[in-house]
Design a protein around this ligand. Structure first.
Ligand code: GAL
Length: 637
Protein backbone atom coordinates (compact mmCIF):
# COMPACT_ATOMS: atom_id res chain seq x y z
CA UNK A 1 0.00 0.00 0.00
CA UNK A 2 1.10 3.52 -0.75
CA UNK A 3 1.07 6.51 1.54
CA UNK A 4 -1.49 8.97 0.20
CA UNK A 5 -3.19 12.25 1.09
CA UNK A 6 -6.72 13.52 0.70
CA UNK A 7 -9.33 15.99 1.83
CA UNK A 8 -13.00 16.30 2.75
CA UNK A 9 -15.02 18.33 0.29
CA UNK A 10 -18.59 19.57 0.17
CA UNK A 11 -19.45 20.43 -3.44
CA UNK A 12 -22.99 21.25 -2.26
CA UNK A 13 -21.54 24.17 -0.27
CA UNK A 14 -19.96 25.89 -3.26
CA UNK A 15 -21.13 27.23 -6.62
CA UNK A 16 -20.81 24.79 -9.52
CA UNK A 17 -18.43 27.21 -11.28
CA UNK A 18 -15.61 26.63 -8.83
CA UNK A 19 -15.65 22.82 -8.67
CA UNK A 20 -13.26 22.41 -11.59
CA UNK A 21 -10.71 24.77 -10.13
CA UNK A 22 -11.03 23.15 -6.71
CA UNK A 23 -10.45 19.71 -8.20
CA UNK A 24 -7.46 21.01 -10.15
CA UNK A 25 -5.91 22.54 -7.05
CA UNK A 26 -6.44 19.34 -5.06
CA UNK A 27 -4.69 17.33 -7.75
CA UNK A 28 -1.83 19.83 -7.96
CA UNK A 29 -1.38 19.65 -4.21
CA UNK A 30 -0.81 15.92 -4.61
CA UNK A 31 -4.05 14.70 -3.08
CA UNK A 32 -5.33 11.28 -4.06
CA UNK A 33 -8.63 11.09 -2.13
CA UNK A 34 -11.63 13.31 -1.75
CA UNK A 35 -14.45 12.35 0.58
CA UNK A 36 -17.85 13.75 -0.28
CA UNK A 37 -21.55 13.31 0.30
CA UNK A 38 -21.83 12.33 3.95
CA UNK A 39 -24.16 15.18 4.94
CA UNK A 40 -25.96 15.73 1.65
CA UNK A 41 -29.25 13.87 2.09
CA UNK A 42 -31.53 16.90 1.76
CA UNK A 43 -29.82 17.80 -1.50
CA UNK A 44 -30.10 14.24 -2.85
CA UNK A 45 -33.70 13.69 -1.73
CA UNK A 46 -35.24 17.13 -1.16
CA UNK A 47 -38.72 15.60 -0.84
CA UNK A 48 -39.59 12.06 0.17
CA UNK A 49 -39.00 9.81 -2.82
CA UNK A 50 -37.91 12.67 -5.15
CA UNK A 51 -34.27 12.30 -5.99
CA UNK A 52 -31.91 14.85 -7.38
CA UNK A 53 -28.63 13.29 -8.42
CA UNK A 54 -27.46 15.49 -11.27
CA UNK A 55 -25.28 17.63 -9.02
CA UNK A 56 -23.62 14.58 -7.45
CA UNK A 57 -23.11 12.90 -10.84
CA UNK A 58 -21.37 16.03 -11.98
CA UNK A 59 -19.32 16.53 -8.83
CA UNK A 60 -18.00 12.96 -8.97
CA UNK A 61 -17.24 13.40 -12.64
CA UNK A 62 -15.37 16.68 -12.12
CA UNK A 63 -13.29 15.24 -9.28
CA UNK A 64 -12.65 12.00 -11.12
CA UNK A 65 -11.56 13.75 -14.29
CA UNK A 66 -8.99 15.67 -12.27
CA UNK A 67 -7.51 12.31 -11.28
CA UNK A 68 -8.94 12.19 -7.76
CA UNK A 69 -10.48 9.13 -6.17
CA UNK A 70 -13.80 9.64 -4.44
CA UNK A 71 -14.76 8.25 -1.03
CA UNK A 72 -18.53 8.42 -1.10
CA UNK A 73 -20.35 8.78 2.22
CA UNK A 74 -23.86 7.54 2.88
CA UNK A 75 -25.77 10.59 4.17
CA UNK A 76 -27.47 8.92 7.13
CA UNK A 77 -25.96 11.13 9.85
CA UNK A 78 -28.19 13.98 8.65
CA UNK A 79 -31.73 12.89 7.86
CA UNK A 80 -33.67 15.74 6.17
CA UNK A 81 -36.36 17.69 7.98
CA UNK A 82 -39.25 16.02 6.14
CA UNK A 83 -38.22 12.72 7.69
CA UNK A 84 -39.10 14.04 11.15
CA UNK A 85 -42.64 14.80 9.98
CA UNK A 86 -42.88 11.25 8.76
CA UNK A 87 -41.39 9.71 11.93
CA UNK A 88 -41.57 12.15 14.85
CA UNK A 89 -40.44 9.37 17.19
CA UNK A 90 -37.19 8.68 15.32
CA UNK A 91 -35.45 11.41 17.34
CA UNK A 92 -33.27 10.19 20.17
CA UNK A 93 -34.11 10.83 23.83
CA UNK A 94 -31.48 11.84 26.36
CA UNK A 95 -30.91 10.36 29.81
CA UNK A 96 -33.24 12.96 31.34
CA UNK A 97 -36.01 11.87 28.99
CA UNK A 98 -35.79 14.96 26.74
CA UNK A 99 -36.14 14.76 22.98
CA UNK A 100 -32.98 15.67 21.04
CA UNK A 101 -34.46 17.90 18.37
CA UNK A 102 -33.81 18.56 14.70
CA UNK A 103 -31.47 21.49 13.90
CA UNK A 104 -27.95 20.09 13.88
CA UNK A 105 -27.00 16.50 13.04
CA UNK A 106 -27.09 12.87 14.23
CA UNK A 107 -30.76 13.34 15.17
CA UNK A 108 -31.83 9.71 15.12
CA UNK A 109 -32.19 6.67 17.31
CA UNK A 110 -30.32 3.56 16.14
CA UNK A 111 -33.33 1.41 17.05
CA UNK A 112 -36.04 3.18 15.06
CA UNK A 113 -37.34 0.70 12.49
CA UNK A 114 -38.82 3.33 10.17
CA UNK A 115 -35.59 5.29 10.09
CA UNK A 116 -33.55 2.18 9.44
CA UNK A 117 -35.84 1.41 6.53
CA UNK A 118 -35.23 4.91 5.13
CA UNK A 119 -31.47 4.38 5.53
CA UNK A 120 -31.68 1.10 3.68
CA UNK A 121 -33.53 2.79 0.81
CA UNK A 122 -31.19 5.78 0.43
CA UNK A 123 -28.15 3.51 0.68
CA UNK A 124 -29.55 1.25 -2.02
CA UNK A 125 -30.39 4.15 -4.33
CA UNK A 126 -26.91 5.61 -3.96
CA UNK A 127 -25.10 2.28 -4.21
CA UNK A 128 -27.07 1.33 -7.29
CA UNK A 129 -26.24 4.60 -8.96
CA UNK A 130 -22.54 4.82 -8.08
CA UNK A 131 -21.56 1.23 -7.28
CA UNK A 132 -19.79 0.80 -10.60
CA UNK A 133 -18.68 4.40 -11.06
CA UNK A 134 -14.94 4.20 -11.81
CA UNK A 135 -14.22 7.29 -9.69
CA UNK A 136 -15.87 5.94 -6.54
CA UNK A 137 -12.96 4.06 -5.02
CA UNK A 138 -14.18 3.65 -1.42
CA UNK A 139 -17.26 4.16 0.73
CA UNK A 140 -17.92 5.61 4.14
CA UNK A 141 -20.98 4.55 6.11
CA UNK A 142 -22.72 7.39 7.96
CA UNK A 143 -20.41 9.75 9.86
CA UNK A 144 -18.85 9.30 13.30
CA UNK A 145 -21.20 6.92 15.07
CA UNK A 146 -21.50 8.02 18.66
CA UNK A 147 -20.52 11.66 18.04
CA UNK A 148 -22.38 14.13 20.28
CA UNK A 149 -23.24 11.32 22.68
CA UNK A 150 -25.61 9.61 20.28
CA UNK A 151 -24.97 5.90 20.79
CA UNK A 152 -27.49 5.63 23.60
CA UNK A 153 -31.09 6.78 23.35
CA UNK A 154 -33.74 6.42 26.06
CA UNK A 155 -36.77 6.59 23.78
CA UNK A 156 -39.58 4.17 23.02
CA UNK A 157 -37.90 2.52 19.99
CA UNK A 158 -34.86 1.70 22.11
CA UNK A 159 -37.10 0.35 24.86
CA UNK A 160 -38.96 -2.03 22.54
CA UNK A 161 -35.76 -3.23 20.92
CA UNK A 162 -34.03 -3.65 24.29
CA UNK A 163 -36.82 -5.91 25.57
CA UNK A 164 -36.49 -8.09 22.48
CA UNK A 165 -32.72 -8.18 22.85
CA UNK A 166 -33.07 -9.30 26.48
CA UNK A 167 -35.58 -11.95 25.55
CA UNK A 168 -33.25 -13.33 22.92
CA UNK A 169 -30.37 -13.33 25.35
CA UNK A 170 -32.04 -14.77 28.46
CA UNK A 171 -34.97 -16.73 26.98
CA UNK A 172 -36.85 -16.75 30.31
CA UNK A 173 -37.51 -13.94 32.75
CA UNK A 174 -36.30 -16.16 35.61
CA UNK A 175 -32.93 -16.50 33.92
CA UNK A 176 -32.70 -12.71 33.67
CA UNK A 177 -33.73 -12.22 37.30
CA UNK A 178 -31.08 -14.68 38.31
CA UNK A 179 -28.32 -13.24 36.14
CA UNK A 180 -28.96 -9.67 37.27
CA UNK A 181 -29.42 -10.56 40.95
CA UNK A 182 -32.87 -8.97 41.02
CA UNK A 183 -33.70 -10.48 44.38
CA UNK A 184 -31.73 -7.49 45.69
CA UNK A 185 -34.14 -4.62 46.55
CA UNK A 186 -37.13 -6.69 45.31
CA UNK A 187 -36.40 -5.93 41.66
CA UNK A 188 -37.84 -9.23 40.38
CA UNK A 189 -39.70 -9.01 37.05
CA UNK A 190 -42.55 -11.28 35.90
CA UNK A 191 -42.28 -10.42 32.25
CA UNK A 192 -39.79 -8.87 29.79
CA UNK A 193 -42.39 -6.18 29.04
CA UNK A 194 -42.01 -4.80 32.56
CA UNK A 195 -38.37 -3.94 32.03
CA UNK A 196 -37.64 -0.25 31.54
CA UNK A 197 -34.53 1.53 30.37
CA UNK A 198 -32.04 2.23 33.17
CA UNK A 199 -32.59 6.00 33.45
CA UNK A 200 -34.65 8.19 35.78
CA UNK A 201 -34.57 5.62 38.58
CA UNK A 202 -34.67 6.88 42.18
CA UNK A 203 -31.07 5.90 42.82
CA UNK A 204 -28.60 3.97 40.70
CA UNK A 205 -30.10 1.16 38.64
CA UNK A 206 -28.85 -2.41 38.89
CA UNK A 207 -25.37 -2.42 37.29
CA UNK A 208 -26.20 -5.63 35.39
CA UNK A 209 -29.23 -3.86 33.89
CA UNK A 210 -27.09 -0.85 32.89
CA UNK A 211 -24.35 -3.05 31.45
CA UNK A 212 -26.81 -5.01 29.34
CA UNK A 213 -28.31 -1.75 28.10
CA UNK A 214 -24.86 -0.55 27.04
CA UNK A 215 -24.18 -3.84 25.29
CA UNK A 216 -27.55 -3.65 23.56
CA UNK A 217 -26.88 -0.04 22.47
CA UNK A 218 -23.53 -1.11 21.04
CA UNK A 219 -25.14 -3.99 19.16
CA UNK A 220 -27.65 -1.58 17.64
CA UNK A 221 -24.78 0.44 16.13
CA UNK A 222 -23.25 -2.74 14.72
CA UNK A 223 -26.58 -3.76 13.17
CA UNK A 224 -27.26 -0.28 11.81
CA UNK A 225 -23.88 -0.25 10.11
CA UNK A 226 -24.21 -3.80 8.80
CA UNK A 227 -27.49 -2.96 7.12
CA UNK A 228 -25.71 -0.38 4.93
CA UNK A 229 -22.68 -2.60 4.31
CA UNK A 230 -24.76 -5.50 3.05
CA UNK A 231 -26.57 -3.21 0.61
CA UNK A 232 -23.46 -1.46 -0.73
CA UNK A 233 -21.71 -4.78 -1.26
CA UNK A 234 -24.47 -5.89 -3.62
CA UNK A 235 -23.50 -3.08 -5.99
CA UNK A 236 -19.86 -2.28 -5.41
CA UNK A 237 -16.54 -4.01 -4.93
CA UNK A 238 -14.88 -0.90 -3.47
CA UNK A 239 -13.74 -1.07 0.17
CA UNK A 240 -16.06 0.10 2.94
CA UNK A 241 -14.98 2.30 5.82
CA UNK A 242 -16.34 4.28 8.74
CA UNK A 243 -14.74 7.28 10.43
CA UNK A 244 -14.41 6.62 14.17
CA UNK A 245 -13.45 9.19 16.80
CA UNK A 246 -11.04 10.00 19.60
CA UNK A 247 -11.98 8.50 22.97
CA UNK A 248 -15.48 7.50 21.98
CA UNK A 249 -15.86 4.08 23.51
CA UNK A 250 -19.57 3.52 23.92
CA UNK A 251 -19.92 0.98 21.11
CA UNK A 252 -17.70 -1.93 20.22
CA UNK A 253 -15.58 -0.69 17.32
CA UNK A 254 -14.04 -4.13 16.82
CA UNK A 255 -17.52 -5.51 16.11
CA UNK A 256 -18.36 -2.69 13.67
CA UNK A 257 -14.93 -3.17 12.09
CA UNK A 258 -15.72 -6.80 11.24
CA UNK A 259 -18.11 -5.52 8.55
CA UNK A 260 -15.67 -3.04 6.99
CA UNK A 261 -12.42 -3.28 5.03
CA UNK A 262 -10.85 -0.09 6.38
CA UNK A 263 -11.06 1.71 9.72
CA UNK A 264 -10.64 5.46 9.57
CA UNK A 265 -10.64 7.99 12.37
CA UNK A 266 -10.89 11.74 12.79
CA UNK A 267 -7.84 13.23 14.45
CA UNK A 268 -8.14 16.64 16.13
CA UNK A 269 -5.08 16.80 18.40
CA UNK A 270 -5.73 20.32 19.72
CA UNK A 271 -9.47 19.82 19.93
CA UNK A 272 -8.98 16.73 22.12
CA UNK A 273 -6.40 18.15 24.50
CA UNK A 274 -8.53 19.92 27.08
CA UNK A 275 -11.41 17.59 27.69
CA UNK A 276 -10.73 14.21 26.08
CA UNK A 277 -7.13 13.36 26.96
CA UNK A 278 -7.51 13.67 30.72
CA UNK A 279 -4.25 15.41 31.51
CA UNK A 280 -3.17 18.10 33.97
CA UNK A 281 -3.60 21.84 33.27
CA UNK A 282 0.21 22.16 33.16
CA UNK A 283 0.52 19.61 30.38
CA UNK A 284 -2.44 21.14 28.56
CA UNK A 285 -0.52 24.41 28.55
CA UNK A 286 2.74 22.79 27.53
CA UNK A 287 1.12 21.01 24.57
CA UNK A 288 -1.58 23.60 23.74
CA UNK A 289 -0.41 24.05 20.14
CA UNK A 290 0.87 20.51 19.57
CA UNK A 291 -1.65 18.17 21.16
CA UNK A 292 -0.96 15.36 23.59
CA UNK A 293 2.12 13.40 22.45
CA UNK A 294 0.47 9.99 22.98
CA UNK A 295 -3.21 10.52 22.25
CA UNK A 296 -3.05 10.41 18.44
CA UNK A 297 -0.62 7.48 18.48
CA UNK A 298 -2.94 5.51 20.78
CA UNK A 299 -5.82 5.88 18.35
CA UNK A 300 -3.62 5.12 15.35
CA UNK A 301 -2.70 1.83 17.02
CA UNK A 302 -6.27 1.17 18.13
CA UNK A 303 -7.78 1.74 14.71
CA UNK A 304 -5.04 -0.27 13.00
CA UNK A 305 -6.44 -3.16 15.05
CA UNK A 306 -10.07 -2.24 14.33
CA UNK A 307 -9.26 -2.16 10.59
CA UNK A 308 -7.35 -5.48 10.68
CA UNK A 309 -4.24 -3.60 9.57
CA UNK A 310 -5.91 -1.23 7.08
CA UNK A 311 -6.61 2.23 8.42
CA UNK A 312 -6.61 5.93 7.53
CA UNK A 313 -7.00 9.31 9.13
CA UNK A 314 -10.17 10.50 7.41
CA UNK A 315 -10.19 13.94 9.03
CA UNK A 316 -6.96 15.60 10.07
CA UNK A 317 -7.15 18.92 11.92
CA UNK A 318 -5.49 21.55 9.69
CA UNK A 319 -5.76 24.63 11.93
CA UNK A 320 -7.99 25.91 14.74
CA UNK A 321 -11.26 24.00 15.20
CA UNK A 322 -14.50 25.49 16.51
CA UNK A 323 -15.71 23.01 19.11
CA UNK A 324 -13.16 22.65 21.93
CA UNK A 325 -13.14 24.80 25.09
CA UNK A 326 -10.37 26.89 23.48
CA UNK A 327 -9.27 26.60 19.88
CA UNK A 328 -5.65 27.61 19.29
CA UNK A 329 -3.76 27.42 16.02
CA UNK A 330 -1.17 24.64 15.72
CA UNK A 331 2.52 25.37 16.12
CA UNK A 332 4.10 25.71 12.71
CA UNK A 333 5.06 22.25 11.51
CA UNK A 334 2.51 20.30 13.54
CA UNK A 335 0.21 19.53 10.63
CA UNK A 336 3.18 17.91 8.94
CA UNK A 337 4.16 16.11 12.15
CA UNK A 338 0.65 14.74 12.74
CA UNK A 339 0.53 13.52 9.14
CA UNK A 340 3.87 11.76 9.40
CA UNK A 341 2.99 10.26 12.75
CA UNK A 342 -0.07 8.63 11.18
CA UNK A 343 2.09 7.23 8.39
CA UNK A 344 4.60 5.96 10.95
CA UNK A 345 1.80 3.97 12.57
CA UNK A 346 0.76 2.44 9.27
CA UNK A 347 -1.87 4.81 7.83
CA UNK A 348 -2.57 4.37 4.13
CA UNK A 349 -4.05 7.84 3.81
CA UNK A 350 -4.31 11.10 5.72
CA UNK A 351 -7.15 13.38 4.62
CA UNK A 352 -7.44 16.96 5.82
CA UNK A 353 -10.74 18.26 7.14
CA UNK A 354 -11.72 20.32 5.27
CA UNK A 355 -10.77 21.62 1.84
CA UNK A 356 -12.12 25.13 2.37
CA UNK A 357 -13.36 26.87 5.50
CA UNK A 358 -17.14 27.41 5.33
CA UNK A 359 -18.16 31.02 5.94
CA UNK A 360 -21.66 29.95 7.06
CA UNK A 361 -23.34 27.74 9.68
CA UNK A 362 -21.96 25.87 12.67
CA UNK A 363 -18.35 25.37 11.57
CA UNK A 364 -17.55 28.83 10.23
CA UNK A 365 -14.74 29.11 12.80
CA UNK A 366 -13.13 25.84 11.69
CA UNK A 367 -10.05 26.14 9.50
CA UNK A 368 -9.55 24.32 6.22
CA UNK A 369 -6.68 23.96 3.77
CA UNK A 370 -8.12 27.04 2.08
CA UNK A 371 -9.56 30.18 3.62
CA UNK A 372 -13.15 31.20 2.79
CA UNK A 373 -11.67 33.61 0.21
CA UNK A 374 -10.02 30.66 -1.61
CA UNK A 375 -6.47 31.67 -0.59
CA UNK A 376 -4.19 29.09 1.01
CA UNK A 377 -4.48 28.68 4.78
CA UNK A 378 -1.24 27.80 6.66
CA UNK A 379 -1.83 24.02 6.53
CA UNK A 380 -1.77 24.04 2.73
CA UNK A 381 1.99 24.51 2.58
CA UNK A 382 2.56 21.75 5.15
CA UNK A 383 0.42 19.32 3.17
CA UNK A 384 2.42 20.23 0.07
CA UNK A 385 5.65 19.52 1.93
CA UNK A 386 4.40 16.11 3.07
CA UNK A 387 3.38 15.28 -0.47
CA UNK A 388 6.93 15.96 -1.65
CA UNK A 389 8.35 13.89 1.20
CA UNK A 390 6.21 10.83 0.62
CA UNK A 391 7.63 10.57 -2.89
CA UNK A 392 10.80 9.37 -1.18
CA UNK A 393 9.05 7.16 1.36
CA UNK A 394 6.03 5.92 -0.51
CA UNK A 395 5.24 2.59 1.11
CA UNK A 396 3.25 1.88 4.28
CA UNK A 397 5.29 -0.34 6.56
CA UNK A 398 3.42 -3.16 8.28
CA UNK A 399 5.18 -5.03 11.05
CA UNK A 400 4.15 -6.66 14.27
CA UNK A 401 5.43 -4.97 17.43
CA UNK A 402 6.88 -6.97 20.30
CA UNK A 403 4.48 -5.43 22.82
CA UNK A 404 0.73 -6.08 22.69
CA UNK A 405 -1.85 -4.14 24.70
CA UNK A 406 -5.38 -5.54 24.97
CA UNK A 407 -8.26 -3.07 24.58
CA UNK A 408 -11.81 -4.21 25.31
CA UNK A 409 -14.89 -2.04 24.77
CA UNK A 410 -16.97 -4.27 27.03
CA UNK A 411 -14.57 -3.52 29.89
CA UNK A 412 -15.10 0.17 29.18
CA UNK A 413 -18.87 -0.29 29.49
CA UNK A 414 -18.41 -2.12 32.80
CA UNK A 415 -16.12 0.58 34.23
CA UNK A 416 -18.56 3.27 33.12
CA UNK A 417 -21.35 1.48 34.96
CA UNK A 418 -19.34 0.93 38.13
CA UNK A 419 -16.16 3.04 38.38
CA UNK A 420 -16.00 2.81 42.18
CA UNK A 421 -14.44 6.28 42.45
CA UNK A 422 -14.57 9.67 40.77
CA UNK A 423 -12.37 10.01 37.73
CA UNK A 424 -11.74 6.29 37.30
CA UNK A 425 -12.24 5.10 33.76
CA UNK A 426 -11.15 2.16 31.68
CA UNK A 427 -9.84 4.33 28.89
CA UNK A 428 -7.89 6.43 31.40
CA UNK A 429 -6.12 3.41 32.90
CA UNK A 430 -5.28 1.82 29.55
CA UNK A 431 -4.05 5.14 28.24
CA UNK A 432 -1.80 5.66 31.31
CA UNK A 433 -0.26 2.28 30.60
CA UNK A 434 0.16 3.12 26.92
CA UNK A 435 1.83 6.42 27.79
CA UNK A 436 4.29 4.62 30.04
CA UNK A 437 5.16 2.14 27.28
CA UNK A 438 5.72 5.00 24.83
CA UNK A 439 7.83 6.97 27.24
CA UNK A 440 10.04 3.87 27.40
CA UNK A 441 10.52 4.17 23.63
CA UNK A 442 8.38 1.15 22.78
CA UNK A 443 6.16 0.55 19.77
CA UNK A 444 2.87 -1.12 20.54
CA UNK A 445 0.15 -3.17 18.88
CA UNK A 446 -3.32 -2.82 20.35
CA UNK A 447 -5.15 -6.15 20.38
CA UNK A 448 -8.84 -7.04 20.62
CA UNK A 449 -9.89 -9.31 23.50
CA UNK A 450 -10.85 -12.09 21.10
CA UNK A 451 -7.34 -12.26 19.59
CA UNK A 452 -6.84 -15.86 18.55
CA UNK A 453 -3.10 -15.88 18.17
CA UNK A 454 -0.72 -14.05 20.48
CA UNK A 455 2.40 -15.52 18.93
CA UNK A 456 5.18 -13.09 18.20
CA UNK A 457 4.50 -10.93 21.27
CA UNK A 458 7.14 -10.84 23.97
CA UNK A 459 5.03 -8.80 26.32
CA UNK A 460 1.24 -8.55 26.61
CA UNK A 461 -0.55 -6.13 28.90
CA UNK A 462 -4.21 -6.35 29.87
CA UNK A 463 -4.90 -3.48 32.25
CA UNK A 464 -8.35 -3.07 33.79
CA UNK A 465 -9.93 -5.93 31.82
CA UNK A 466 -12.98 -6.23 34.05
CA UNK A 467 -14.30 -9.47 32.60
CA UNK A 468 -11.90 -12.07 31.20
CA UNK A 469 -13.31 -15.11 29.48
CA UNK A 470 -11.82 -18.47 30.38
CA UNK A 471 -10.69 -18.77 26.78
CA UNK A 472 -8.69 -15.55 27.02
CA UNK A 473 -7.17 -16.57 30.35
CA UNK A 474 -6.14 -19.91 28.85
CA UNK A 475 -4.66 -18.33 25.73
CA UNK A 476 -2.67 -15.78 27.70
CA UNK A 477 -1.37 -18.32 30.16
CA UNK A 478 -0.12 -20.48 27.29
CA UNK A 479 2.01 -17.78 25.66
CA UNK A 480 5.71 -17.42 26.33
CA UNK A 481 5.28 -13.65 26.65
CA UNK A 482 5.61 -11.60 29.80
CA UNK A 483 2.05 -10.86 30.94
CA UNK A 484 0.93 -7.90 33.04
CA UNK A 485 -2.70 -8.01 34.24
CA UNK A 486 -4.80 -5.77 36.42
CA UNK A 487 -6.02 -3.77 38.16
CA UNK A 488 -9.53 -5.26 38.23
CA UNK A 489 -8.66 -8.09 35.83
CA UNK A 490 -11.43 -10.67 35.81
CA UNK A 491 -13.09 -8.71 38.62
CA UNK A 492 -16.62 -9.47 37.34
CA UNK A 493 -18.24 -12.37 35.53
CA UNK A 494 -20.17 -11.79 32.30
CA UNK A 495 -23.21 -10.64 34.30
CA UNK A 496 -21.38 -8.05 36.37
CA UNK A 497 -21.17 -10.26 39.47
CA UNK A 498 -18.09 -10.73 41.64
CA UNK A 499 -16.86 -14.25 40.91
CA UNK A 500 -15.90 -16.78 43.55
CA UNK A 501 -13.12 -17.90 43.78
CA UNK A 502 -12.25 -14.25 44.05
CA UNK A 503 -10.37 -12.48 41.22
CA UNK A 504 -8.17 -12.69 39.32
CA UNK A 505 -8.44 -16.53 39.42
CA UNK A 506 -5.80 -16.74 36.73
CA UNK A 507 -4.07 -20.05 35.89
CA UNK A 508 -0.66 -20.41 37.58
CA UNK A 509 -1.10 -17.29 39.71
CA UNK A 510 -1.36 -17.58 43.46
CA UNK A 511 -2.77 -14.10 44.04
CA UNK A 512 -6.22 -13.15 45.32
CA UNK A 513 -7.80 -9.72 45.53
CA UNK A 514 -9.22 -9.74 49.05
CA UNK A 515 -10.87 -6.30 48.88
CA UNK A 516 -10.65 -3.08 46.90
CA UNK A 517 -10.82 0.61 47.72
CA UNK A 518 -10.81 3.90 45.85
CA UNK A 519 -8.68 6.64 47.34
CA UNK A 520 -8.85 10.41 47.33
CA UNK A 521 -6.87 12.12 44.59
CA UNK A 522 -4.91 14.03 47.25
CA UNK A 523 -3.88 10.85 49.07
CA UNK A 524 -1.45 9.06 46.74
CA UNK A 525 0.56 6.22 48.28
CA UNK A 526 4.30 6.19 47.62
CA UNK A 527 5.87 3.10 46.09
CA UNK A 528 9.16 1.59 47.27
CA UNK A 529 10.41 2.36 43.75
CA UNK A 530 9.65 5.46 41.66
CA UNK A 531 6.00 6.51 41.45
CA UNK A 532 2.78 6.34 43.42
CA UNK A 533 -0.47 4.44 43.70
CA UNK A 534 -3.35 6.78 42.93
CA UNK A 535 -7.17 6.72 42.93
CA UNK A 536 -7.66 2.97 43.40
CA UNK A 537 -6.02 -0.04 44.96
CA UNK A 538 -6.63 -3.66 45.75
CA UNK A 539 -5.45 -5.62 48.73
CA UNK A 540 -3.62 -8.69 47.56
CA UNK A 541 -2.99 -11.99 49.30
CA UNK A 542 -1.37 -15.23 48.16
CA UNK A 543 1.88 -17.12 47.94
CA UNK A 544 3.33 -15.48 44.83
CA UNK A 545 6.25 -13.13 45.04
CA UNK A 546 5.68 -9.42 45.71
CA UNK A 547 6.90 -7.73 42.55
CA UNK A 548 6.10 -4.15 43.54
CA UNK A 549 5.31 -2.80 47.02
CA UNK A 550 4.42 0.47 48.69
CA UNK A 551 7.01 2.26 50.81
CA UNK A 552 5.30 0.62 53.78
CA UNK A 553 5.88 -2.81 52.23
CA UNK A 554 2.31 -3.62 51.19
CA UNK A 555 1.93 -5.63 47.99
CA UNK A 556 0.95 -3.60 44.92
CA UNK A 557 1.81 -6.26 42.35
CA UNK A 558 2.43 -9.98 42.78
CA UNK A 559 3.34 -12.75 40.41
CA UNK A 560 5.89 -15.19 39.11
CA UNK A 561 8.58 -15.25 36.44
CA UNK A 562 6.07 -14.79 33.57
CA UNK A 563 2.92 -13.19 34.92
CA UNK A 564 2.33 -10.17 37.10
CA UNK A 565 -0.95 -9.15 38.68
CA UNK A 566 -1.08 -5.42 39.40
CA UNK A 567 -3.60 -4.38 42.04
CA UNK A 568 -3.57 -0.59 41.69
CA UNK A 569 -3.82 2.46 39.49
CA UNK A 570 -0.37 3.97 39.10
CA UNK A 571 1.07 7.26 37.92
CA UNK A 572 3.50 7.35 34.99
CA UNK A 573 6.58 6.56 37.08
CA UNK A 574 4.72 3.77 38.82
CA UNK A 575 3.75 2.15 35.54
CA UNK A 576 7.35 2.37 34.38
CA UNK A 577 8.48 0.72 37.64
CA UNK A 578 6.38 -2.29 36.83
CA UNK A 579 6.95 -2.41 33.07
CA UNK A 580 10.73 -1.86 32.85
CA UNK A 581 11.90 -4.94 34.80
CA UNK A 582 9.48 -7.11 32.87
CA UNK A 583 10.85 -5.76 29.58
CA UNK A 584 14.27 -6.76 30.77
CA UNK A 585 13.05 -10.30 31.46
CA UNK A 586 11.50 -10.36 27.97
CA UNK A 587 14.69 -9.07 26.36
CA UNK A 588 13.00 -5.89 25.14
CA UNK A 589 15.25 -2.86 25.07
CA UNK A 590 13.82 0.30 26.67
CA UNK A 591 14.98 3.92 26.85
CA UNK A 592 13.88 6.90 28.92
CA UNK A 593 12.27 9.47 26.67
CA UNK A 594 11.35 12.94 27.92
CA UNK A 595 7.71 14.00 27.78
CA UNK A 596 6.98 15.11 24.22
CA UNK A 597 9.74 13.14 22.51
CA UNK A 598 8.34 10.02 20.97
CA UNK A 599 9.58 7.20 18.82
CA UNK A 600 7.87 4.68 16.58
CA UNK A 601 9.62 1.76 14.92
CA UNK A 602 7.94 -0.23 12.17
CA UNK A 603 9.47 -2.42 9.48
CA UNK A 604 12.87 -0.98 8.69
CA UNK A 605 11.84 2.58 9.58
CA UNK A 606 12.20 4.37 12.86
CA UNK A 607 10.58 7.77 13.39
CA UNK A 608 11.28 10.39 16.03
CA UNK A 609 8.77 13.11 16.83
CA UNK A 610 9.28 16.27 18.82
CA UNK A 611 6.00 17.48 20.35
CA UNK A 612 7.80 20.11 22.44
CA UNK A 613 8.66 23.74 21.71
CA UNK A 614 12.41 23.18 22.28
CA UNK A 615 15.15 21.56 20.23
CA UNK A 616 15.86 18.00 21.30
CA UNK A 617 19.43 16.82 21.04
CA UNK A 618 19.92 13.11 20.57
CA UNK A 619 23.38 11.69 19.87
CA UNK A 620 24.33 13.52 16.69
CA UNK A 621 20.76 14.51 15.74
CA UNK A 622 18.85 17.64 16.64
CA UNK A 623 15.09 17.39 16.37
CA UNK A 624 13.57 20.89 16.16
CA UNK A 625 10.19 21.74 17.70
CA UNK A 626 7.44 20.00 15.69
CA UNK A 627 10.25 18.09 14.00
CA UNK A 628 10.10 14.62 12.49
CA UNK A 629 13.11 12.44 11.80
CA UNK A 630 12.90 9.23 9.81
CA UNK A 631 15.72 6.74 10.06
CA UNK A 632 15.85 3.77 7.72
CA UNK A 633 17.72 0.54 8.41
CA UNK A 634 17.98 -2.04 11.18
CA UNK A 635 15.93 -0.74 14.10
CA UNK A 636 15.12 -2.17 17.48
CA UNK A 637 11.39 -2.57 18.05
C1 GAL B 1 -15.86 15.84 12.98
C2 GAL B 1 -16.96 15.63 11.95
C3 GAL B 1 -16.89 16.64 10.84
C4 GAL B 1 -16.67 18.01 11.38
C5 GAL B 1 -15.41 18.02 12.21
C6 GAL B 1 -15.08 19.38 12.76
O1 GAL B 1 -16.25 15.35 14.22
O2 GAL B 1 -16.89 14.34 11.40
O3 GAL B 1 -18.08 16.60 10.09
O4 GAL B 1 -17.78 18.39 12.13
O5 GAL B 1 -15.60 17.15 13.28
O6 GAL B 1 -13.91 19.33 13.51
Amino acid sequence: MKRTLGTCYYPEHWPREIWEEDAQRMAELGLTWVRIGEFSWSKIEPKAGEYCFEWLDEAIDVLGRAGLKVVLGTPTATPPRWMIDKYPDMLAVDVEGRIRKFGSRRHYCFSHEGYKQECAVITKVIAERYGKNPHVAAWQTDNEYGCHDTTISYGSSALQAFRLWLQEKYKTIDALNDAWGNIFWSMIYDDFDQIELPNLTVTEPNPAHSLDFRRFSSDQVVRFNRLQCDIIREYSAAPLSHNYMGRITDFDHFEVGKDLEIATWDSYPLGFLEDRVGTTPERQRAFARQGDPDFQAFHHDLYRAVGHGRWWVMEQQPGPVNWAPTNPAPLEGMVRLWTWEAFAHGAEAVCYFRWRQAPFAQEQMHAGLLRPDHKEAPAFAEAREVFKEIQNAPVVAQAQSRVGLIFDYDADFAWAVQPHGDGLSYFGIVFDCYRALRSLGLSIDILPPDTQDFSGYDMILAPALMHMSDALKAKLSQTQAQIILGPRAGARDAHMTIPVPLPPAFPDLDVTVSYVESIRSDMPIALEKEGVVEFYREHLEGQDEIVLATEAGEAVAMGNHNIVYLGACLDLEGWKSIISPRCELAGIETMELPDGIRRRACGDECFWFNYTTENYQMDDMTIPPAGVIRVVGEVSK
